[in-house]
Design a protein around this ligand. Structure first.
Ligand SMILES: Nc1ncnc2c1ncn2[C@@H]1O[C@H](COP(=O)(O)OP(=O)(O)OP(=O)(O)O)[C@@H](O)[C@H]1O
Ligand SMILES: [Mg+2]
Length: 340
């Protein structure tokens, strides 16, 4: 972006327009002050540069776009010298650092997973053995007693023990990270089977599932059982966020944004994008930060491992997942998987 000596915007390049989601036509000749209303810190950078003549950097700035989004950028300001020591204007360079940010987040997540794995492995046996004892004793007592109230309580013990057991098993599975058993998978068939099961589930009986499948999508190389786990977890999260009522959309298409290079000898492969959109309560910022923290849950009976499993399955397939806002309210979860 270039400003003239009156601090009016006289040029931005197309890359800037795309990054900041503003067209040049809409800000041409605009005083920088008016442009920077949503980003007051930028104005102080420009002021400092004009006053001192020195360049300034902002390594990690969150640029607020007109549609209310945030783009992480690296900003540099520098004076443009005119003739005979005058100032002709000022240049601002914006560098998109979202890629680095994502790597940083992924590394943190990988680290958390590693810690979880270690913890799970050491604790699993310690937990599972006594659990077996508790369950067995509760079962014995249940067989011996005729008192209905006691039976209800004993059944509750058994049910809760089974729940803890499942949590420990999931955590252990993450550590063991099951190998992929890859075969050509018809993603639409897999998704339809999950939906068929879900429709029979009492908790989702009030949900209207809408599918938008792109019929041209070929079979993808994947582990069907693990993909089922992934999408079932996402769909359940959506159902839970909507308290079992409303519309949920599941769509597939070929992604135009990304390609992955799996092998230097072959051309990069295109990605399949599966999106699960719910109209639930959405994800508040304090929850968003912890989505992939092991055992983090806002639910009474949640284990807080669902999304981590999803992420791990996606990554094993050389894909990834991303949670965001559904423009129609609620949450949108996107899963990218290689088509080849
Ligand atoms: N679609 C969604 N809408 C709103 N919040 C969500 C959604 N998906 C996940 N979350 C939030 O993220 C948290 C973590 O989700 P995750 O699936 O990992 O665990 P969980 O659903 O709480 O437990 P589990 O999946 O083991 O039953 C949830 O407790 C919830 O607060
Ligand atoms: Mg879940």
């Amino acid at each position: 972006m270039v400003l003239n000596e009156e601090k009016r915007i006289i040029y931005v390049n197309p890359a800037w327009e795309q990054l900041c989601r503003v067209s040049f036509a809409s800000i041409r000749e605009l005083p920088f002050h008016d442009f920077a209303l949503r980003n007051p810190h930028l104005e102080s950078l420009v002021e400092k540069t004009m006053e001192t003549g020195a360049s300034h950097h902002e390594m990690d700035y969150s640029y607020r776009t007109p549609d209310g989004g945030d783009v992480p950028v690296f900003i540099t300001t520098s004076l443009i010298a005119g003739i005979a020591g005058t100032t002709a204007g000022l240049a601002l360079t914006f560098q998109d650092i979202s890629y680095f940010k994502e790597i940083e987040t992924n590394t943190k997540q990988a680290h958390r997973l590693h810690l979880l794995g270690k913890l799970a492995a050491t604790m699993a046996h310690e937990i599972k053995n006594p659990l077996g004892g508790i369950r067995g004793s509760a079962q014995l007592l249940d067989m011996e007693t005729r008192d209905q109230d006691q039976k209800v309580l004993l059944q509750a013990i058994i049910k809760e023990v089974d729940r803890i057991n499942r949590i420990v098993e999931t955590a252990l599975d993450l550590k063991r990270s099951r190998e992929l058993r890859t075969s050509p998978v018809n993603i639409h068939k897999t998704l339809n089977e999950i939906l068929l099961l879900e429709k029979r589930n009492e908790k989702s009986s009030g949900i209207n599932f809408k599918v938008e499948f792109d019929p041209s999508i070929p079979h993808i190389p994947a582990d069907e059982a693990q993909l089922t786990q992934l999408f079932l977890n996402l769909i359940r999260n959506g159902v839970e966020a909507m308290d079992g009522e409303g519309e949920m959309a599941i769509s597939t298409r070929v992604s135009s944004e990304y390609q992955v290079q799996q092998d230097a000898q072959k051309p990069p492969s295109r990605m399949l994008l599966v999106e699960v959109r719910d109209k639930g309560k959405g994800i508040p910022p304090e929850v968003r930060e912890n989505l992939f923290t092991p055992f983090f849950t806002t639910k009474k009976a949640g284990s807080g491992l669902g999304l981590i499993v999803c992420q791990q399955v996606a990554e094993k397939h050389k894909g990834w997942i991303k949670l965001g806002q559904n423009p129609e309210g609620g949450t949108s979860v996107k899963v990218w998987l290689p088509l080849k």
